[in-house]
Each structure stands twice: as structure tokens, then as C-alpha cells.
Write a protein that binds this ligand. Structure first.
Ligand code: IMP
Ligand code: MG
Length: 174
């Protein structure tokens, strides 16, 4: 069952706040937002509408897999960007940073394409679960362990359409 963690209002306020930080850092420079599919599709669409800079948006999808025992952080590009990011200000928009393995690899891959700048904006940071050191430049909410859904984030592809962010709890934890 689901327990509400952040309401639509909480999220909207946080998204505006992140947008102000991004605007401050980039003055009026152009930004290319990279939406990591699928989890950040709603976050990206709300965020970009709050940023006044000249902006472009592109989409990328990666799959990460290891095996049951170890998180290998093997990250494969399932859908690559269509834009050339060379000499562009790139902001990667992610839903959640957990172990940090996915974003570490994505950042490495995009760095080789020589962007002018490369920043990360994550809605949720599960900092205490980090297996590799990676800091997001912009962080919405920092949470402890726990599996969350809603606002684009799924459990087995469900709940992406839930407007709030909820934590999945066992019946006996309620
Ligand atoms: P990382 O490589 O361990 O940092 O994995 C991050 C990815 O795992 C995120 O982009 C999500 O797709 C997924 N993920 C991590 N935690 C959650 C969660 O609580 N709910 C849903 N997906 C999650
Ligand atoms: Mg994701």
C-alpha cells in the first residue's frame, strides 16, 4: 500500500525552487535538458516550464542491469539523444539517484561528447544508498531508504500517473 510522502503542492514548490537555482546559475544562457526516460518525464515537463532560459529538451533511455547478487552498473543506451551536445550547457534531469551507478555511467558517456557544461538535477536523492560517489548539482528531496512511486516514478510500470510521490509500505507497517 502507498503512503503519501510529498503532495502535488510540495512537489510544485520544489520544482519552482530548482528552476530558480538553474536560472541563477546559467544567467540567460541556453540550456539543453536531457530527460532520462521514463522516470523523469513528468518532472522534466514541469521543470522546463519554470525555467525562463532559452531551452531545448532531448530524451535518453538507458537500462542498467547487474545480476541478482551484485549491482554491476552495466548501463546500456536503449534510446540515445538526437541532439549533438558538443559545446552546449547540458542539464541531465533524473528522477532518483540511488546507488549512483546509472548516473555515473550516463555522465561519463555524455562527457565524452564534450558539452560546454554538464550538470545533474535530480528530484529525489537517496544519499544513504550510494555505492559510488556522485553529487547532484540540484536536488529536490533527500530521503532515506524506501521505495517510492508516483509523479512519473514507477513500480513495475504502474503508479507513474499518481500525482503525489508515495512510499510503498507493507500492510503491517501502516
Ligand atoms: P541507481 O543506478 O542505483 O542510482 O538507480 C537509479 C534508478 O533506479 C532510478 O533512475 C530509478 O529508475 C530506479 N529507482 C531507484 N530507487 C527507486 C524507487 O524508490 N522507486 C522507483 N525507482 C527507483
Ligand atoms: Mg530512472
Amino acid at each position: 500500500m502507498l503512503r503519501k510522502l510529498f503532495s502535488e503542492q510540495d512537489i510544485a514548490k520544489k520544482v519552482k525552487d530548482l528552476a530558480r537555482q538553474i536560472e541563477n546559475d546559467f544567467a540567460n544562457e541556453e540550456i539543453l535538458f536531457v530527460c532520462l526516460l521514463k522516470g523523469s518525464f513528468i518532472f522534466t515537463s514541469d521543470l522546463v516550464r519554470q525555467v525562463g532560459n532559452p531551452s531545448r529538451i532531448d530524451f535518453m533511455r538507458v537500462s542498467s542491469y547487474g545480476n541478482q547478487m551484485t549491482t554491476q552498473g552495466n548501463v546500456e543506451i536503449v534510446k540515445d539523444l538526437e541532439e549533438d551536445i558538443e559545446a552546449k550547457n547540458v542539464v541531465i534531469v533524473e528522477d532518483i539517484i540511488d546507488s549512483g551507478l546509472t548516473l555515473t555511467r550516463v555522465r561519463e558517456m555524455l562527457r565524452t561528447r564534450n558539452p560546454k557544461s554538464l550538470k545533474i538535477c535530480t528530484l529525489i536523492d537517496k544519499r544513504c544508498r550510494r555505492e559510488v560517489e556522485i553529487e547532484s548539482d540540484y536536488v529536490g528531496f533527500t530521503i532515506d531508504d524506501g521505495f517510492v512511486v508516483g509523479y512519473g516514478i514507477d513500480y513495475a510500470e504502474y503508479y507513474r500517473n499518481c500525482p503525489d510521490i508515495c512510499v510503498v509500505v507493507e500492510e503491517n507497517e501502516v
